[in-house]
Design a protein around this ligand. Sequence first.
Ligand SMILES: *Cc1c(COP(=O)(O)O)cnc(C)c1O
Length: 224
Amino acid sequence: MNSIAQRLKHILTQIRAGERAYNRQPGSVLLLAVSKTKPAEDIAAAYQAGQRHFGENYLQEALKKQQELGSYDISWHFIGPIQSNKTKALATHFAWVHSVDSLKIAQRLSAQRPPHLPPLNICLQVNISEEASKSGISLDELPQLCEQIAKLPNLRLRGVMAIPAPQHDIEQQRQPYKKLYQAVAQLGQVGLDTFSFGMTGDLEAAIAEGSTIVRIGTALFGER
Ligand SMILES: *Cc1c(COP(=O)(O)O)cnc(C)c1O
């Protein structure tokens, strides 16, 4: 089996190739390494190979790994479902939260962001495939929530995150991202520069439709 360093190199090559193929600016797509369920040693291996942004889904697991890797200069992103009793820890221990899905959660994150830290970067999670089981706001709610959240002092609203229903065909994978990208463009809201689109199975489709952060777990760390 390939090492994490080799797989990291391969994914970065794929990302750069996607940028060229779809006329994206070189370097405009950031790799977020999704390390949920994987040990701190795997994160350390990717870090030694140059990776700096890591995504986690479960708070307790993330905090444990953050402690184990205390001396590492890592930018931690939270990408999992948010319970309101966890917002204080999220506001304290992360640089980014991609999965904000209500004004209430955003207000808590803003109020609980420690004053010595820069504003917390957040994305609104949009349930773009309108699946009843998935979390995220609906497209209709996006304009009003953006306006309200943009006013919160200790947050920096950066954009949107989506997890569309899985599809095999690249053209089908592109459709929900295209729709959400256009909806955000139409808002005309300043400062929205982030599209957290794409996982192992739809990396190319996401880059084609404007992704600026791809969240990759399986292709880098192996099956969970
Ligand atoms: C697990 C997870 C990923 C990574 O998925 P892979 O298919 O393993 O690349 C990305 N985003 C979110 C929100 C996840 O929960």
